[in-house]
Design a protein around this ligand. Sequence first.
Ligand code: NAD
Length: 267
Amino acid sequence: MGTRVDGKIAIVTGSGSVGNGIGNGKAAALVYAREGANVVVSDLNLESAEETRNLIEKEGGDCIVVQADVSNSKECENLVSKTIEQYGRVDILHNNVGIEIPGGIQEISEDDWDKTLSVNLKSVFLMCKFTLPYMQKQGSGSIVNISSINGIRTLPALSGPYGASKAGMIALTREIAVEYASNGIRANCVLPGMMNTPFVKAALTEAWGGDIQEMINLRDAMCPTGKQGESWDVAHAALFLASDESKYITGTTLVVDGALTSSVKTN
Ligand code: NAD
């Protein structure tokens, strides 16, 4: 067990996983717990959140599970209240939830647009809104928002609402960082590139032709390193931003993409 976020209380939204395996949220919850944080594991899918709880407890970590749909204001409020009831404070807010409905502008429905913006972007606003008063009282806190390189680039599996929501997260993060800088509260975004996670298999296989292995091979081939990243890469970047090691870093983005956005292939 490490001590990089020792004694801190961390809420991680979407820290179950879509399907088998370790998604970005689950990895972040595990990494925070390994580094000494008490973790509030939250997901829409209770069963997947319980799996994360089992993994954390097996390693000797401490956590609670709170089910929440982060696109719902009341459920966000309840998630923060349960955190305060159990631990009395909140030091790290890690907004991980994201959904992607692929398709071009003419294929995407108005409902797809509303749902994506609500789950990916409004959720961040709501979670920050309910958490910030406690961080303000404490005079400290770190918000880590999981955006995407799709917020600054288009990608082969087109999704206008997904890209717009991820770009919106970057702008919202800047606003929060500036507004709360003098309160000792920081806000930053992690921008993952192509990561091989269960979410990608669930959401994108069809957009890439229907064959999972083929999709993985194609995504690997797009990456300058020859391989997609792992959820642990995102989690370790988040750990740095969540910890006091990054105390003078706020309002910025940390790209975790193995040089994908530096490569001409993405443009
Ligand atoms: P993940 O495995 O962490 O899955 C996301 C979790 O969110 C799931 O457990 C799901 O049940 C939960 N969820 C979905 N809707 C919810 C809601 N309304 N309320 C609460 N929970 C909800 O997925 P992942 O691939 O690790 O992605 C996590 C984040 O990383 C997302 O924001 C995604 O956009 C971002 N990201 C992923 C990649 C990638 O290549 N995997 C790349 C860039 C960004």
